[in-house]
Design a protein around this ligand. Structure first.
Ligand SMILES: [Zn+2]
Length: 112
């Protein structure tokens, strides 16, 4: 039991390290990465769609596991208050994205 947990921790560390390196690379080569994405957009989206379809179960399991592990953090973040400077309104972080698609927000955004 103990050994399995250690292994999991080690695996998580490796993933975190990979993410950090990938982030560093992105920040260093931002313009090149953006250009590559623009040039190969269709190919990348297609590849991502195929991956998502063939790994549906794995992805769902990962998401459920992630939610279980970070439940309090996620709830905390989603109940955070956000301020929309265009509408002069306080909102929940949870509702902010959908608020940005409303007509009212769009009008205020144009008039700002
Ligand atoms: Zn707004």
């Amino acid at each position: 039991m103990m050994k399995k947990e250690e292994e999991e921790e080690e695996e998580e560390e490796i993933i975190a390290e990979k993410r950090r390196k990938s982030r560093e690379y992105y920040l260093r080569e931002k313009e090149r990465v953006k250009k590559y994405y623009e040039d190969n957009k269709e190919k990348i989206i297609q590849r991502q769609t195929i991956y998502n379809q063939s790994n549906k179960e794995k992805i769902r399991e990962y998401q459920q596991e992630y939610y279980k592990k970070n439940k309090t953090k996620i709830i905390e973040r989603h109940s955070e208050k956000t301020y929309c400077k265009f509408c002069d309104k306080n909102l929940n972080f949870n509702n902010f994205k959908s608020h940005c698609t409303t007509l009212k927000h769009f009008k205020n955004f144009v008039l700002y």
